[in-house]
Structures are given as C-alpha cells and as structure tokens.
Design a protein around this ligand. Structure first.
Ligand SMILES: [Fe+2]
Length: 356
C-alpha cells in the first residue's frame, strides 16, 4: 500500500479554496507524510554538543545576564532538526546547560513538566526539592518531578554547571505546560538517598511502606558508579553494563515520561545497541566514547552530550585500552511503553507491537 496518492495540486484550485474556507483539508495528499511506510518520519537529527563550545558561552551569560533577569541561566541544547526556536533535543526531550554562580539563588517554583539535573561541574551548589536539600556533585542525578517545589542555591566559590533534562516539548505540545512561583522553602530533615542507601531494603516504619511517589530525589554518582563497577566485576562477560534510575519503592522508572540510565563501557569495548523507538541522549561523565550510527559518528569527551533519533541502531566505543568510560543516558522509553509504541528492532524488519 505504498503506491502514489493524489496530490493537492491535482485538485481544482476552487475546490481546495472552498475546503480551506471551511477549515477542511483533504487527507490523501498528506497521508504518506503522517503515516509513512515501515519507519516514522523523525525531525530529530543526530546532534553533538561539545562542552568546550558550551562552557565559554555559558560563562559569558553569567557576565551578561544577572540571575534576577534570567531566573534560570540556561543555554538550551537545541536540535536543528526541530528548528532552534522550538528548543527541543527530540520529540519529548529538552536539554539545557545551566550555570549558577557562587552566592546566587534560583527561586523556588514548580511546574508541570518533569525535570532532572545531571551535575556537570563544580561543588557547593544544592537543590531543595519539597524541603529536601540535595547536595550537587559531579555526576549526581537530582529529580524535580512534576508539581514538586524546587529551588537552587550555591554556597561554593566556583561556578556550578549542570545539564537539565525535561519533558518540556511534550508538555508544551499537550498544552499542559505552566509554572507557579513560591516562597523560599524550609529545609526539612531527611535525605532520600540516605534512607534508600542500599539496594534490596527499604525503610518500613511500623512495618509499613512509604506511599510517596517520589521517595528519592538524589542519586549520588558515587553510588551509581559503584553499582556499575560491581556489576562489571560480578559478570566479566556481560556486554551491557548498564543500570536504570528507578523508584526504589516500586521498581518503576524514576519519572513518568523520560527514562534515565547509566552505562559503563569496559576498556576498549564496542557496544552495539539495537534500534529502539525512543530518541536517546548520551552524556559522558568519565572517559571518552564514540557514539556512531550508520550515518553519523561523534567523539565525545567528558561533559559532551549528543542526541540520536529513535529507530536508529547505535554503536558505542571506548577507545581507551586502559580506562572504563561512564555515560549518563536519557531516553523516552517510559513514555513509549505507556503509549504502547515501544519497539526494539533487532534486524531491518519492523517489529510493531501487536496484541499477540
Ligand atoms: Fe524548574
């Protein structure tokens, strides 16, 4: 069913005009565009953002724009395939590199899009989420899920930079994106990453389980790195040394829409990842990695970020013969699973989800 369909220009001009005046459009000239054969049309382009390019421009923003004039001082990593104006990395993912200078405070607010931040550089900053003060160190992942109050401060003496990952493009597309401003939060005792410090056990006061949807806000990199190393040592033949950030109470994804993972490449390893439906963002925490598709390849150094469109087989290579590489990975897999469109293609044939 991929024969040529009638075009708009095949129709009489007065007929088309009569339809348009009544807010009507014929489907068949656009049908192949919205329902192409075998593989979706993707605006998302494979794109690499080098940290060496971002950092000087972001520090310059610190000179040009005071925090009061920016609220969040962010340079958006915009995918040219979506046009830069749309400020999106993929269909559902937004990426922004944010700068907070010593002594600055980004005021408390909450919003409908879900966010996380991956700390890239600097010490001394913190994010308070619903009264829980989360210290920020390189590689830490901090959640600020939909509707939760959050603010950022910085008690250190060097600039702090982090990568924001939001489902903002989806929330905006759905016309549900908005924010509320709030007062400075009172810090309460308790840190989720301490309460859930070890896998396999959870706090059970009076033998009950926490009913909180988001029991853990901060995932310290030291713990995630140790988990990857432990996995690699335990299973020396394991190819995919990979973990996913989850809700420790339910085992579900840490947030509802976007998925967050960490991956270790052994020294000299080349890891072939199959084509999956979600777009994927790779961010190097330690070491270096080449991220390649059949069409493009990027050599990432620490703090570099790239985006690969969905349905694209990808190869990750650690060129170092002596050191492992560690990557943070964000994707749209929770959303795709909830929508029932999640796919893994192990060959060139479509593997559309079906009832059977
Ligand atoms: Fe925010």
């Amino acid at each position: 069913m991929s024969h040529e369909l009638g075009r708009l220009e095949d129709l009489p001009a007065d007929y088309v005009a009569a339809m348009r005046e009544r807010n009507l459009v014929p489907l068949w000239p656009s049908l192949r565009g919205v329902l192409p054969p075998k593989i979706p049309t993707r605006q998302t382009q494979a794109t690499h953002w080098a940290y060496a390019d971002i950092k000087p421009l972001l520090l310059k923003a610190g000179e040009l724009t005071p925090i009061e004039k920016a609220e969040r001082r962010v340079l958006v990593l915009a995918n040219p395939g979506h046009t830069l104006e749309k400020m999106q990395a993929s269909a559902a993912m937004y990426l922004g590199m944010q700068l907070l200078l010593p002594g600055e405070w980004a005021p408390s607010h909450r919003h409908t899009p879900n966010a996380v931040r991956m700390v890239v550089e600097g010490e001394g900053a913190w994010t308070t989420v619903e009264g829980e003060k989360c210290p920020m160190s390189r590689g830490d992942l901090i959640l600020t899920p939909t509707g939760l109050w959050h603010e950022h401060g910085h008690d250190g003496d060097q600039p702090v930079i982090w990568l924001d990952v939001l489902d903002l493009p989806l929330a905006y597309y759905l016309e549900v994106s908005y924010h509320l401003d709030g007062a400075r939060q009172e810090v309460k005792p308790g840190q989720g990453d301490r309460a859930y410090a070890r896998a396999g056990v959870v706090p059970t006061p009076v033998f009950g389980r926490s009913g909180r949807r988001y029991p853990m806000m901060r995932y310290p990199w030291a713990n995630v790195r140790a988990a990857l190393q432990s996995l690699a040592e335990d299973q020396p033949d394991l190819e995919n040394v990979q973990v996913t950030y989850i809700n420790p109470e339910t085992g579900e994804d840490a947030e509802n829409i976007l998925g967050f993972h960490a991956l270790m490449l052994r020294p000299g390893q080349t890891l072939a990842l199959p084509a999956r439906s979600p777009a994927v963002v790779y961010h190097v925490i330690e070491g270096g990695a080449r991220v390649a598709t059949s069409a493009r390849g990027f050599d990432l150094v620490p703090a570099d970020t790239c985006c690969i469109p969905g349905y694209t087989a990808t190869t990750l290579t650690n060129a170092s013969a002596t050191e492992p590489a560690f990557l943070f990975v964000a994707d749209e897999s929770p959303l795709h699973r909830k929508l029932g469109v999640y796919e893994v293609r192990t060959d060139s044939q479509p593997a559309m989800p079906s009832q059977s």
